[in-house]
Write a protein that binds this ligand. Structure first.
Ligand code: ADP
Length: 207
């Protein structure tokens, strides 16, 4: 709402602003946008348990396609190449699983530096779990930071370098926990990162 009023002011009184005024105005719009993003993220985060849909059989492959579709503009802008194995059916909340995959893919693209990002989604079976991995060839993460990035507001870069709210991975972690799984990262600085999560493999019996 703040952004809409700011845009209205710009439309009606924009001509009255000098260059400094325009710059300050854009700071205000930017700040309002970020505040909205942060509130949206925090609301999603706080509602994972209470606001989710019941867990039911979900075709994770179709969910992945939707997540990729959500990121289409970003994929086109960056020239990202995404390869993916066929994902299984699982028990889950479709909206939350889509959010999970979208966040991990969008990070894989964002933290790929200047190269056209290459991202691979793979899956393997381990005892009673599926392990889904999203691998990028990006900037990687220092081993010292691989735990704290899953906490709210923990970011390793300034806004000028990479924009973001620092809520994405904390949200992913909560979603995976709600599904009875675990989320972690394997990474080396400069060597890319692989984010993996487990989901119970109960879904395969359900058609
Ligand atoms: P955001 O991306 O909004 O900052 P996240 O919670 O999604 O917040 O990620 C937290 C931090 O973890 C990021 O700021 C970034 O420093 C690091 N990070 C996340 N994904 C990757 C990745 N694929 N490669 C390198 N660093 C990553």
């Amino acid at each position: 709402m703040v952004t809409s009023y700011l845009r209205l002011i710009e439309k009606r009184y924009g001509d009255a602003l000098d260059e400094d005024g325009e710059e300050l105005f854009e700071f205000a719009v930017d700040g309002a946008d970020r505040m909205r993003e942060m509130i949206d993220g925090l609301l999603k985060y706080s509602r994972v348990e209470t606001g989710g849909d019941p867990l039911e059989p979900v075709d994770l492959d179709a969910v992945l396609e939707e997540a990729i579709e959500d990121l289409r503009v970003r994929i086109e802008e960056t020239g990202a190449e995404i390869s993916a194995a066929t994902l299984p059916r699982v028990r889950g909340d479709e909206t939350q699983l889509r959010q999970l995959l979208e966040n991990l893919l969008s990070n894989a693209i964002e933290y790929s530096d200047d190269e056209p990002p290459r991202v691979d989604v793979s899956v393997e079976r381990s005892e009673s779990n599926w392990i889904v991995s999203i691998r990028d060839e990006g900037i990687g993460i220092d081993p010292e930071d691989t735990d704290r990035i899953f906490d709210v507001f923990q970011r390793l870069h300034g806004r000028e370098e990479h924009s973001g709210t620092g809520i994405g991975l904390a949200l992913c972690n909560r979603i995976v926990e709600r599904h009875g799984g675990r989320l972690w990262v394997d990474s080396e600085p400069g060597e890319g990162s692989t984010f993996s999560f487990t989901l119970p493999a109960a879904g395969e019996r359900v058609e």
